[in-house]
Design a protein around this ligand. Structure first.
Ligand SMILES: C[S@@+](CC[C@H](N)C(=O)[O-])C[C@H]1O[C@@H](n2cnc3c(N)ncnc32)[C@H](O)[C@@H]1O
Length: 240
């Protein structure tokens, strides 16, 4: 399996397809989670796999010292426009050890599950655990795989500006695979997204393997309680 995320997340088409990704939702979610966490002043926060930094920017607005990192150089270049004394961005592959430690680490909006082996995922979580200060907090937001598989939309067409994206979704070898194809100027483009169908119970086991304790489980961005059958998200608050 090729490392599809190296090209797709950096491509202009990824940013076009998700152009309308909801900033209001990100803002509301961060406000809610920040109130719940009630961090003391000057606590440090990392938005791991931050993309263009929509959550990092909001965390910083709430008063935290924030860093965001992502594999995609294009996204980090974009996010850097928003830097200030207490908000910084850098490129980083989350499969590697973090360069420093933080009081809070966020991994939001299914920014996990992309790697070939389960070991790489476990190792990534261990780097997060090791990258937290004593009693540090990890906020993990993944899809509820049980819900997604029960409601998988097999085919969809999405029009964004002049591009018509054809999306096909299926479960292949334990990965929820999204095939994305479109035509532009007579050229056919094809990309894919593959996210490992990690079940909530499996994720909890992996978190506990690292040493994390589960503090809270939520099922959506309004922080409703998690329900395996009906929740769309699987949001965990974990403590080191
Ligand atoms: C679904 S996007 C979410 C981005 C951001 N958290 C948000 O909600 O806008 C997933 C992000 O994970 C990043 N990513 C993928 N593989 C990565 C890796 N190995 N290390 C760091 N970031 C990675 C991608 O570049 C992309 O920005």
């Amino acid at each position: 399996m090729s490392e599809w995320f190296k090209t797709w997340f950096d491509s202009e088409y990824y940013h076009l397809l998700y152009k309308d990704r909801d900033h209001t939702e990100a803002e509301d979610f961060i406000k809610k989670i920040y109130r719940l966490l009630a961090p003391l002043p000057k606590k440090t926060m990392l938005d791991l796999a931050c993309g263009k930094g929509r959550h990092s920017i909001q965390l910083n607005k709430m008063g935290a010292f924030v860093e965001g990192c992502d594999y995609s150089e294009n996204s980090i270049q974009y996010a850097k426009k928003f830097e200030n004394d207490y908000l910084h961005f850098y490129t980083h592959d989350m499969r590697n050890k973090l360069p420093k430690s933080y009081d809070y680490i966020f991994n939001l909006f299914t920014s996990f599950g992309y790697f070939k082996t389960l070991d790489e995922h476990q190792q990534t979580l261990q780097h997060i655990y090791n990258g937290l200060t004593d009693k540090g907090i990890f906020i993990f937001d993944f899809m509820n795989t049980q819900y997604v598989l029960n409601h998988l939309v097999a085919k969809e067409i999405i029009q964004k500006e002049s591009v018509q994206f054809r999306i096909k979704r299926e479960l292949i070898d334990g990965f929820i695979t999204k095939h994305i194809s479109f035509e532009e100027n007579g050229n056919i483009h094809q990309y894919k997204e593959e996210v490992r169908a990690l079940h909530p119970n499996e994720l909890i086991k992996m978190m506990k393997n690292c040493g994390f304790s589960v503090q809270e489980k939520f099922g959506n961005y309004q922080l409703a309680p998690f329900d395996l059958q009906s929740s769309k998200r699987f949001i965990l608050i974990l403590i080191k």
